[in-house]
Ligand binder design. Structure first.
Ligand SMILES: *[C@@H]1O[C@H](CO)[C@@H](O)[C@H](O)[C@H]1NC(C)=O
Ligand SMILES: *[C@@H]1O[C@H](CO)[C@@H](O)[C@H](O)[C@H]1NC(C)=O
Ligand SMILES: *[C@@H]1O[C@H](CO)[C@@H](O)[C@H](O)[C@H]1NC(C)=O
Ligand SMILES: *[C@@H]1O[C@H](CO)[C@@H](O)[C@H](O)[C@H]1NC(C)=O
Length: 592
């Protein structure tokens, strides 16, 4: 999940570098064993084709985030494809009471920060801020297309104007100056001065990776059929080399200076994945740096996922009552004996019956029997209990990073210089990224600090600021911080001061909202691809979207994984292979 740090990536975008420095796009060098080529080990879980023309296969999708919502949408896309009978009947489950998963929004200045304001109220005029996945980028073709066809507006993701700096707990190891084109030039000069050619080389590596990655949308790639293993996918997209080693080792073998990796790249991986370069694989770092053209959907990225589900026509079951507790596999034979009386019919269905799955919710409400399950949530966090399936043994335990997201409403225009050991009056950045891989002995207490926006005076007034009376023009700002521990704990004996008081000034913090997530997987190097990646289809009729996250965890790649799974499912049921990705599907052929 790309959370932020567009400005870090823009730094290495180095507009002054001309095109000839770039590697040529690494086109069409992929080969992988697809549905047709993995007969031996995977045939049993593919199952026989659908052979019940009188009934539409029922599909349950568990999880309504980027992966689950887009899976529902892609199934509908093929369901309404002229000239094919690729029908499915889809139900989406999510234990949360909204669609979007780890992409969701917050109104931290409101009394109930998670409640959508009543339309027509003053509160409804002020757009929310992202609580989770914040940005997507130009190369994210599914999200770009979705935003366009759903008529949503995008916003450049920038936050308030002001300088950016990288903090290592003792000093600002790198600091950008703010204010227009001249400064841009100056900042790039500073970058080159400190890091030499590393910035160029990293830019090339990122461009090369992106150019290779976008091939996966290409008809030539998609029409080979779905991939059934992430190991195959990572090899086919040329990502496995970078995934197999730590980002530190990866960049070092590519000739990048350790200084650049430990300061700049590590700050990017820290804000994007809560993990320093030494403990995260090279792909995680490349993705963290590949934020060129970062945008967000105005009013919240989750609107894309709401549209995916809405346009899919799927049944949607949200909230605690829809929490899936158990998945029970019915073997094909068991069902056959129940359903068919005459021996002739039994014979007829023997070869063609597929396993089915019973979905049980914790509440006992809204479950049912399905012909396929698309699991689109991190398995070990779902608490789902499998019965009569070996799937759990095949999904490697995947730890996630526990992230604290803290929103601060403050009238301080920047953090305090004193917190960073600087003299009062020193010009301060309002975007600070922590790096944990420099030789400093004190480490930062947070991963990132970002001034998102000033609040309009009508809202500021409720904190006693601008607008409460004519002579008071105080502006309140919304600041977002990421950390691996709570920033709200009291830190002195009289129990009044918190770290935030030191950071923003004792009387300057008027409101805080803290939320914790298991935000993203720990992207440890993938030493053994066959064992470390979860299977895409762990059992017959069971598909696992989040297998992708071990290689790359972003909103877009969850939709890519979902598209692949829909392609695999349609192949298993109907022998159909899509000719192209949805992103490159001609829009005049869209049915909606
Ligand atoms: C896959 O299985 C089919 C039918 O059993 C067989 O004809 C085909 O040659 C197999 N393909 C591979 C690549 O093994
Ligand atoms: C694809 O996966 C199969 C089995 O997991 C493996 O034998 C094959 O080498 C893989 N192909 C690539 C290109 O990684
Ligand atoms: C912020 O507001 C508080 C309370 O009104 C006030 O004491 C403090 O001086 C203000 N700080 C700034 C930086 O304006
Ligand atoms: C308006 O706000 C200022 C600054 O907080 C305060 O000094 C003044 O007393 C207020 N005036 C009224 C009429 O409330």
């Amino acid at each position: 999940m790309l959370l932020a740090a567009a400005s870090l990536a823009w730094l290495i975008a180095l507009e002054t570098v001309s095109a000839q420095l770039l590697f040529p796009a690494n086109t069409h060098q992929y080969t992988f064993s697809s549905t047709g080529g993995l007969n031996c080990s995977q045939a049993s879980s593919a199952g026989p084709r659908w052979s019940d023309p009188g009934r539409t296969p029922r599909v349950a999708i568990i999880g309504a985030g980027a992966g689950g919502s887009s899976a529902a949408f892609f199934l509908k896309h093929f369901d309404s494809l002229a000239g094919h009978d690729l029908h499915t009947d889809v139900t989406v489950y999510d234990a949360a009471d909204y669609v979007g998963g780890r992409s969701t929004v917050i109104w931290p200045w409101n009394d109930d920060p998670l409640a959508v304001p009543h339309s027509g109220s003053v509160d409804a005029l002020e757009p929310p801020v992202e609580l989770g996945a914040s940005i997507y980028v130009a190369a994210n073709k599914n999200l770009q297309k979705a935003r366009r066809v759903f008529g949503l507006e995008d916003d450049a993701y920038d936050g308030e104007d002001g300088g950016m700096a990288i903090w290592d707990g003792e000093t600002f190891v790198f600091q950008e100056s703010s204010g227009g084109a001249t400064w841009d030039w100056w900042n790039k000069a500073k970058l080159l001065w400190r890091y030499g050619r590393s910035a160029f080389t990293v830019r090339s590596l990122v461009q090369k990776t992106v150019a290779s990655f976008v091939n996966l949308y290409h008809p030539e790639f998609v029409s080979q059929g779905a991939f059934t293993s992430i190991a195959n996918f990572s090899a086919a997209t040329n990502l496995q080399d970078a995934a197999s080693v730590s980002a530190s080792d990866y960049f070092s073998t590519q000739g990048i200076s350790d200084l650049f990796t430990n300061e700049l790249t590590s700050a990017a991986t820290q804000v994007n994945y809560g993990t320093p370069v030494s403990r995260l694989h090279g792909v995680g770092a490349l993705v963290s740096l590949a934020a060129t053209g970062a945008v967000a959907v105005r009013g919240g990225n989750r609107q894309i996922f709401e549209n995916f589900v809405g346009k899919s026509g799927a049944r949607l079951r949200l909230g605690e009552n829809a929490r899936v507790e158990e998945l029970l596999k019915l073997d094909a034979g068991v069902r056959r004996r129940r359903q068919h009386r005459t021996s002739e019919e039994e014979q007829a269905t023997e070869r063609t019956t597929r396993a089915q799955w019973v979905v049980k919710t914790a509440s006992g409400i809204g479950g049912g029997t399905y012909d396929a399950i698309i699991l689109a949530a991190p398995y070990h966090h779902t608490g789902i209990h499998f019965v009569n399936s070996l799937a759990p043994a095949l999904i490697p335990k995947q730890p996630y990073v526990k992230l604290y997201v803290t929103f601060i409403i403050t009238n301080a225009t920047t953090p305090q210089a004193s917190y960073f050991g600087l003299k009062e009056g020193t010009p301060m950045p309002n975007e600070i990224f922590g790096t944990f891989t420099t030789p400093s002995t004190r480490k930062p207490t947070f991963n990132s600090l970002n001034y998102l926006k000033p609040l309009p005076s009508a809202i500021g007034a409720r904190f006693g600021g601008g607008g409460s009376n004519e002579t008071d023009t105080t502006t309140f700002h919304v600041v977002k911080m990421f950390s691996d521990r709570s920033l709200l704990v009291q830190q002195d004996d009289d129990g009044t001061s918190t770290l935030l008081d030191d950071l923003f000034g004792r009387y300057n913090v008027v409101k805080t909202v803290e939320k914790t997530w298991f935000a993203y997987p720990r992207l440890a190097p993938v030493r053994n691809p066959e064992r470390d990646y979860a299977p895409v289809r762990p059992d017959q009729g069971l598909y696992y979207v989040n297998a992708m996250e071990r290689l790359v965890s972003t909103m877009e790649t969850e939709t890519i994984s979902a598209f692949n799974i829909v392609s695999l499912l349609l192949n298993d049921l109907y022998g159909y292979t899509p000719p192209s990705s949805w992103a490159e599907w001609p829009e005049e052929e869209e049915q909606s």
